[in-house]
Design a protein around this ligand. Structure first.
Ligand code: C2G
Length: 133
């Protein structure tokens, strides 16, 4: 049986921190499934629309070599359903979510990975738009 790894994210303004977490997540199993947050979820979570639409973000993530499957994450509340639907053996998240998904340890392994330092979508947006210059 292949070991299925599941991870989630918005992956807006895709950068090397996103790539690294996806590569490290894939190394925990044989098949990597990625839930990409919908535009609506992003607006409710962060109070702004992502720079790239969910269709664009899905296409970028789906094209990555370590990624086998992508789907739209419609709600944070549906994590358990997504884990079950995809028969995930492992849930991997960056450590900005440390402890937040421990409740799913009854149905899969839950692993938090250290974030790549000094890079984020918000910092990139600020840099590109010249905020603080
Ligand atoms: N990440 C990272 N290093 C960075 C930036 C991000 O390792 N410098 C990781 C995050 O920890 C996360 C993934 O990249 O695991 C995606 O990050 P975001 O797009 O910011 O995802 P987020 O908005 O936190 O959405 O259900 C959970 C949400 O969908 C997660």
């Amino acid at each position: 049986m292949p070991r299925i790894v599941l991870t989630f994210g918005t992956f807006d303004v895709f950068h090397v921190g996103h790539l690294r977490v996806i590569e490290r997540a894939a190394a925990f199993g044989d098949r990597l499934v990625v839930g990409v947050s919908s535009d609506a979820l992003n607006i409710s979570k962060k109070g702004r629309a992502p720079v790239f639409s969910q269709g664009e973000r899905l296409a970028i993530v789906a094209a990555l070599k370590p990624v086998d499957e992508v789907f739209v994450e419609e709600s944070l509340e549906l994590k358990r359903d997504y884990i079950e639907q995809h028969a995930a053996d492992v849930l991997v998240m960056g450590d900005d979510w440390e402890g937040r998904f421990d409740e799913f340890k009854d149905i899969c392994e839950v692993i938090y990975l250290p974030r790549t330092p000094a890079i984020s979508t918000t910092a990139l947006i600020e840099k590109i738009s010249g905020v603080g210059e």
